[in-house]
Design a protein around this ligand. Structure first.
Ligand SMILES: [Zn+2]
Length: 132
């Protein structure tokens, strides 16, 4: 089963409270959780080892994607380039089809999809590897 952040958190606000605040304190970063959105920056969701994640466009750190809340806060740099505001996550509209194909793969390590990959390629890979 391809997971998103909801397997551990409710949504972006929940992860900001449970993860972001302790991280900011630990690293002595002044950061106020905010639901504000920066309109200029964005990141793409992709699947890595059975998880929907996205890379921070500022520092390349990765975070969980929430399909029910497509915004991103990096708990490494805290989106400081974006004024500390959340940025949009772009989720491929064919995400359900991608998940269906990847869910046929038994090992999470083999459940991967990146934004430049054609979906047909995933099906061909399944076929070659005998995944039905
Ligand atoms: Zn970052």
């Amino acid at each position: 089963m391809i997971r998103d952040g909801t397997y551990r958190f409710v949504n972006q606000l929940d992860i900001q409270i449970k993860c972001g605040i302790p991280m900011a304190i630990e690293h002595q970063i002044i950061w106020n959780p905010t639901m504000d959105i920066n309109q200029f920056y964005f990141t793409y969701a992709y699947v890595n080892h059975g998880r929907w994640i996205a890379d921070c466009p500022f520092c390349n750190h990765s975070e969980f994607v929430f399909k029910n809340d497509l915004f991103f806060t990096c708990f490494h740099c805290f989106n400081q380039v974006a004024g500390g505001k959340r940025i949009k996550v772009i989720l491929d509209p064919r995400y359900q089809e991608i998940e269906n194909i990847l869910n046929k793969r038994r090992n999470k390590e083999n459940q991967n999809w990146f934004i430049y990959e054609e979906i047909e390629k995933l099906e061909i890979e399944n076929s070659i590897m005998g995944v039905i």
